[in-house]
Design a protein around this ligand. Structure first.
Ligand code: NAD
Length: 306
């Protein structure tokens, strides 16, 4: 198979001065994309700023023969990042919302600032940058957007309530952007990475840390951004040279009343709890219409379609 090219494409990668974002920027540039390397260059907890992180990656890309410009804005000012792409390259085809910080605390100790900063960078930053790029992509009839979630959002993680909530929020955001962009060939997917970076250096055990190169995840993200990829609204987990799709399953559940005039009681919920929570016969629903359709089916089973 011939190499998949990104010639002629313009990509923004946020938080591309380090870690995963740096790997995405390098791979896309090496395949012909013109890349906006965005990075605020601050600390791991959202403090400070510096041009060095973005500048270094731009220099590396240029030294390898690629095309890139640096952008130092915070993703909270995502419209400015999109403007950098338009001013330098005249279009924007790919947006990888990747910038991130951590302010880990056990739930009881999370301050308003810990909550707000994490939500500002992850959730509002992705909203602002995507909202600025979206109309440009729709007008072009092409766009590929990535949101970055986390297993911490999907499953929860001790000490990361603020981060988990923001990461799960990004899944809802991505799924709706995917629906609204679809008819204009603007697709939005979610990556759930696990990689060695400064965000995980004190979380992952040292031997595992070595095996989790961001370069193992970058091709998965790049493929999701390619013209050939028709995936939309999906959660793709990737780590250590493995990738797989994640979805939400719903149990077939249990009817809690036997006729249209019957009531639901706490006792009936108690009696049926095993059936309500039994996932041995469950299904993965692809849309809100499928979810609602299943409810209407339940009503029909009661002989009541009102
Ligand atoms: P990293 O710290 O190496 O890189 C994140 C980059 O984002 C940094 O260079 C930082 O300067 C930049 N950044 C932070 N705030 C910014 C802002 N407001 N505006 C612009 N840039 C900003 O971390 P990483 O591990 O490469 O993480 C990348 C993304 O992947 C994050 O969203 C993170 O939450 C997510 N993630 C990572 C892992 C993992 O295992 N590394 C797991 C799940 C999710």
């Amino acid at each position: 198979m011939s190499d998949l090219s990104f010639d002629g494409k313009v990509a923004i990668v946020t938080g591309a001065g380090a870690g995963l974002g740096r790997a995405y920027a390098h791979l896309l540039a090496s395949r012909g994309a013109k890349v906006v390397v965005n990075d605020l260059g601050g600390g791991r907890h959202g403090d400070g700023s510096s041009a060095k992180a973005a500048d270094t990656v731009v220099e590396e890309i240029k030294a390898n023969g690629g095309t890139a410009v640096a952008d130092y804005n915070s993703v909270v000012d995502g419209d400015k990042i999109v403007q950098t792409a338009l001013d330098n390259f005249g279009r924007i085809d790919i947006l990888i919302n990747n910038a991130g910080i951590l302010r880990d605390k056990s739930f009881a100790r999370i301050s308003d600032q810990d909550w707000d900063l994490v939500h500002a960078v992850h959730l509002k930053g992705s909203f602002k940058t995507t909202q600025a790029a979206f109309p440009v992509m729709k007008k072009q009839g092409f766009g590929r957007i990535i949101m970055t979630a986390s297993n911490s959002g999907l499953y929860g993680n001790f000490g990361q309530a603020n981060y988990s909530a923001a990461k799960m929020g990004l899944i809802g955001l991505a799924k709706t952007v995917a629906i609204e962009g679809f008819k204009n060939n603007v697709f939005c997917n979610i990556i759930v990475p696990t990689a060695a970076s400064r965000l995980t250096e004190d979380i992952l055990p040292p031997d595992i840390f070595e095996a989790l190169k961001p370069e193992y995840i970058a091709p998965v993200v790049a493929y999701l951004c390619h013209d050939l990829c028709n995936e939309n609204g999906s959660i793709i987990e990737a780590a250590a040279g493995w990738a797989g799709k994640c979805t939400i399953f719903r149990a077939n559940g249990s009817l809690l009343r036997s006729s249209a005039t019957d009531n639901v009681t706490v006792e009936k919920v108690h009696e049926n709890w095993l059936k309500i929570t039994d996932l041995t016969s469950s299904s993965s629903l692809g849309s809100i219409q499928e979810a609602t359709g299943a409810l209407i089916q339940s009503l029909e089973n009661l002989g009541n379609t009102q």
